[in-house]
Design a protein around this ligand. Structure first.
Ligand code: ADP
Ligand code: MG
Ligand code: MG
Length: 254
């Protein structure tokens, strides 16, 4: 079993006016096999948490620790984080012109495992995962994220996760911009990874609708850069009915 442990994390983002504090003491422990939903109003710092875990250079860790089985994640390069088994699907994935999906996936798999996957089984795995996500075979030859629709980007993220088999996955707004059919297909992909591996998952979302398909074990409500409340799946039901208003200063609304 593995554990991802975030302790008293404070993060500032680089702005023109100087560093702006966003995360104000995040404490969170994710064990293998657990799915934690991070919910909260827009601007509460959810993506900042994801970028910080990803090692994005714009986000400065001002204090706190992130440990993966006791190893200091914050001291690792982005590549080292991936090799340690962390998977970070970003809310706005970057384009990689000239690199096909197929080559990108194989390069990533090789980098993480330290050796190239056997070609035959790899090709079979990629086809199987793409079929599961209802992706046309021609998709594998397209440039990464170039001209991808919102739904294609999300499917590509889940395809990566299925093939790279991470120890911990951080999915930021995987449900944004998906119609109901695409949301179901993407959610089924996430659930397949949960069922067939021991992945620990941080599922970041503003809306409750993806949680109808992916049942979290724990729900954390993020407000103003830290966790304001935590509970089980019933907390998501409550948020669906009541929204975030009770977490916000009087007179404002999410
Ligand atoms: P969420 O994902 O919960 O909507 P974010 O983490 O994206 O929230 O943003 C949290 C706060 O940090 C917001 O007030 C946002 O405007 C600010 N912020 C995030 N990134 C930047 C940035 N690169 N420059 C300036 N402000 C930023
Ligand atoms: Mg966000
Ligand atoms: Mg499992």
């Amino acid at each position: 079993m593995s554990t991802l442990e975030i302790r008293d994390l404070h993060v500032s983002v680089e702005t023109k006016e100087g560093p702006k504090p966003i995360l104000r003491g995040v404490d969170l422990t994710v064990n293998s096999g657990e799915t934690h939903a991070i919910m909260g109003p827009n601007g509460s710092g959810k993506s900042t948490l994801a970028y910080s875990l990803a090692g994005h250079p714009k986000y400065e860790i001002t204090s706190g620790t992130v440990l993966l089985d006791g190893e200091d994640v914050l001291a690792m390069s982005v590549d080292e984080r991936a090799r340690a088994g962390m998977f970070l699907a970003m809310q706005y994935p970057v384009e990689v012109p000239g690199v096909s999906v197929s080559n990108f996936l194989r390069t990533a798999k090789t980098a993480i495992d330290g050796e190239a996957p056997p070609l035959r089984s790899w090709v079979k795995d990629v086809r199987g995962a793409m079929d599961n996500l209802r992706m046309d075979a021609s998709f594998a030859e397209r440039s990464v994220n170039e001209g991808f629709s919102g739904g294609e980007k999300k499917r590509h993220e889940i395809l990566q996760m299925e093939l790279l088999k991470p120890r911990f996955a951080i999915l930021d707004e995987t449900d944004s911009g998906l119609d109901v059919d695409a949301l179901r297909i993407v959610s089924e992909g996430v659930n397949r990874v949960r069922e067939t591996t021991d992945v620990g998952m941080l599922l970041i979302t503003h809306y409750t609708r993806i949680l109808r398909y992916i049942k979290p074990d724990f729900v954390h409500v993020f407000v103003d850069g830290k966790i304001a409340e935590q509970g089980g799946p019933e907390l998501a039901d409550r948020l669906e009915n009541e929204g975030y208003d009770r977490f916000l200063p009087a007179g404002t609304s999410a």
